[in-house]
Ligand binder design. Structure first.
Ligand code: NAD
Ligand code: USQ
Length: 384
């Protein structure tokens, strides 16, 4: 089967492209390399030294004999997108190609507008390209658990049965996202749902939690295949940041009280979830939603786990609750369902087993590359 990985030069996309190629899929990567440009604009780089996309693909071919097609361009440019689709003829379209950092979207008006245009227009173009020429292909789209926010009731997988004034219906689960980035995902979900309804398209929205780790079977084969790992205040995510902070002796930056609870998953489970979603496609006209995470943790609990693991390898780790730059509940109920991917066969990696191997050891190995000025948060959700 032919799978086009949009955003295949990024963190989740690169690992997924190699995994699918390894599993026998014919893989194409489409990416405008914008993420490398945004890093350069912010003056940050990943902890790990990442090779160019051409070098990465060449090394994969040298090692395995498998070819990956490359399409460099922007999905907000419909002409480019439809030409790439016609050349590759995807059966599965795996869409990671968005601006994905909440802090980036909250820098100022320009970044908020850019994030929503990039994400919403890109996804809408994909839907039109599917409708025009590839109505039987399956869109596997990365959404986010953050679409739901932190409601005081259990979070279902996409839909909830509601009884109101004596009548019942199954409706999209209410969305209360916490940044202009997370809002862009809600807008995407609505557009995809509508397109499935009117054009009979097949789509799976994967509401993914926060991803951690760096190693997958494929990216670990050679240093030229190494994945990116971000630790800066804009693109770095909680657990990845905590491990890198521990490695360099920086106090772990827990925002506010630290009771913020989120869904988390190992990047090895991300790539497996993508494989499962593609192998078991949605029905025509169906907008399917899976919650893609394996464990729930509060950020305070995560910091404690990193501290314990760090001390076990001789690091001096401190935790510091700093002023929260975001506006979010710091103590709340959070109970989200995640059975649909488990039912398809996902066998999770658990953080307690992999913290050292998949993360802390890498953080220690590359600690000399860390720019300490990029760690403390400066982007604020607050009205000045
Ligand atoms: P990333 O920034 O590492 O990768 C995204 C890739 O998409 C980059 O290579 C970028 O150049 C490309 N891209 C962006 N806009 C594009 C456009 N208009 N045209 C073509 N290419 C474009 O991000 P990631 O961490 O790999 O996240 C991938 C997806 O997964 C995102 O949609 C994100 O919202 C979602 N997600 C990520 C996480 C996480 O913890 N990293 C968690 C949940 C959901
Ligand atoms: N946090 C800290 N300290 C830090 C960094 C973050 O306490 O140093 C807290 C944040 O305040 C927040 C939580 O950790 O409460 C998660 O923040 P994050 O930066 O790890 O993740 P988030 O901004 O939610 O975004 C990331 C990805 C995004 C994806 C999302 C999944 O960047 O693409 O959509 O995780 S989810 O969180 O489930 O919505």
């Amino acid at each position: 089967m032919k799978a086009l990985v949009i955003g295949g030069d990024g963190y989740c996309g690169w690992a997924t492209a190699l995994h699918l190629s390894n599993k026998g899929y014919e893989v194409g990567i489409l990416d405008n390399l914008a993420r490398r440009h945004w890093d350069a604009q912010l003056g940050v780089s990943a902890l790990t030294p990442i090779a160019s996309i051409q070098q990465r693909i060449q090394r994969w071919k040298d090692l395995t004999g498998k070819t990956i097609d490359l399409f460099i361009g922007d999905i907000t440019n419909y002409d480019f997108l439809i030409k790439a689709f016609r050349k590759f003829e995807p059966e599965a379209i795996v869409h990671f190609g968005e601006q994905r950092a909440a802090p980036y979207s909250m820098i100022d008006r320009e970044h908020a507008v850019f994030t929503q245009v990039n994400n919403v227009v890109g996804t809408l173009n994909i839907l039109y390209a599917m409708k025009e020429d590839f109505p039987d292909s399956h869109l596997v789209k990365l959404g986010t658990m953050g679409e739901y926010g932190t409601p005081n009731i259990d979070i279902e997988e996409g839909y909830i049965e509601i009884e109101h004034n004596g009548r019942k219906d199954i409706l999209p689960y209410p969305k209360q996202p916490g940044s202009f980035y997370h809002l862009s995902k809600v807008h995407d979900s609505h557009n995809i749902h509508f397109a499935c309804k009117i054009w009979g398209l097949k789509a799976t929205d994967l509401n993914q939690g926060v991803v951690y780790g760096i190693l997958t079977e494929e990216t670990g084969m050679d240093e030229m295949l190494i994945n990116r790992l971000d630790y800066d205040e804009v693109f770095g995510t909680a657990l990845n940041r905590f491990c890198i902070q521990a490695a360099i002796g920086h106090p772990l930056t827990v925002y506010g009280k630290g009771g913020q609870t989120r869904g988390f998953l190992d990047i090895r489970d991300t790539v497996r979830c993508m494989e499962l979603a593609i192998a078991n496609p949605a029905e025509a006209g169906k907008f399917r939603v899976f919650n893609q995470f394996t464990e729930l943790f509060s950020v305070g609990d995560l910091a404690e786990m990193v501290k314990k693991a760090g001390i076990s390898v001789g690091l001096n780790v401190e935790i510091q609750n700093i002023e929260n730059p975001r506006l979010e509940l710091e103590e709340h109920y959070f109970n989200a369902k995640n059975t649909k991917l488990l039912d398809l066969g996902l066998q999770p990696h658990y953080l307690s087993d992999s913290l050292l191997d998949s993360l802390l050891n890498f953080a220690m190995k590359y600690q000399n590359r860390v720019d300490k000025t990029q760690i403390l948060p400066t982007v604020s959700w607050h009205r000045k």
